[in-house]
Design a protein around this ligand. Structure first.
Ligand code: AP5
Length: 234
């Protein structure tokens, strides 16, 4: 791997599997941004942009936003200066059309490096999503049981109030799971066939999942390019 190689990872896994949690921690260690299409859409919705108004109903119902809108948004985001050394994509791609568009976007960069898949069953998903809380101001993610804030209902970072995501109601979560199995799970085979898939037991503790990710990165030689990673003990 050359010193100027851009590193691109794609996090796969059902809703609530911990993609965002893990991608944020790893992005900081690797010194590259975490790009969550869900967060980007919610940002647009909150700021009442034209894109936000176009996509709101899809998010409210747990349906996927059309590919063209999503791919364009990611293309623009990947061109920003903070992604000069690469990025961790969280929640993108979610369809085979998006995966093939990403391949084209990264063609000149040597392609994707790794697609970690966080495997958790539906019961774990429901427990994690129903207990998830978000900071209204900075989007920090907590869990009432597994990752509680120091003061209930208040963000540790900025003292703002925590809230629940609008699409975290049980009925919408069931639909998001259905959409995941129908439209996104074919990507598991897509990346397996390319030798990029790394299956990780996502039901472990946050620290154990992060350690497993770092080990896979080391095995694949992705820690040799000056990235700021400290490996956990074997
Ligand atoms: P998005 O925001 O991407 O939602 P998602 O994929 O459903 O994933 P989540 O954010 O719900 O879960 P996560 O896996 O990040 O888990 P987290 O780390 O928060 O997408 C939302 C919507 O946007 C979609 O429905 C769609 O409409 C649209 N969209 C987005 N991308 C799109 C695309 N590419 N194409 C089209 N439409 C798109 O963890 C969950 C909870 O568990 C947290 O409370 C956390 O604290 C806790 N937790 C995490 N890890 C652990 C652990 N190891 N042990 C215990 N608790 C844990």
């Amino acid at each position: 791997m050359t010193a100027n190689h851009r590193t691109f990872l794609v996090f796969l896994g059902p809703p609530g599997s911990g993609k965002g949690t893990q991608a944020r921690i790893l992005a900081e260690k690797l010194g590259i941004p975490q790009i969550s299409t869900g967060d980007l859409f919610r940002h647009h919705i909150r700021n009442l942009t034209e894109l936000g108004q176009l996509v709101k109903a899809y998010l409210d119902h747990g349906e996927l936003v059309p590919d063209e809108l999503t791919i364009r948004m990611v293309e623009v985001r990947l061109a920003e200066p903070d992604a000069a050394a690469g990025a961790i994509l969280d929640g993108f791609p979610r369809t085979l059309t998006q995966a093939s568009a990403l391949d084209k976007l990264l063609e000149a960069e040597g392609g994707l490096d790794l697609a970690p898949l966080l495997e958790v069953d539906d019961a774990v998903v429901m427990r994690r999503i129903t207990g998830r809380r978000l900071c209204r101001k900075c989007d920090a993610v907590y869990h009432v049981e597994f990752n509680p804030p120091k003061v209930a209902g208040i963000c540790d970072r900025d003292g703002a109030e925590l809230c629940q995501r609008a699409d975290d109601k049980p009925d919408t979560v069931y639909n998001r799971l259905y959409v995941y199995y129908k439209q996104t799970s074919p990507l598991v085979g897509y990346y397996y066939a390319k030798g990029l898939l790394a299956e990780i037991d996502g039901a472990q503790s946050q620290e154990e999942v992060q350690d497993a990710l770092l080990r896979v990165l080391a095995e694949r030689g992705l820690t040799n390019s000056g990235l700021r990673v400290t490996l956990p003990p074997a």
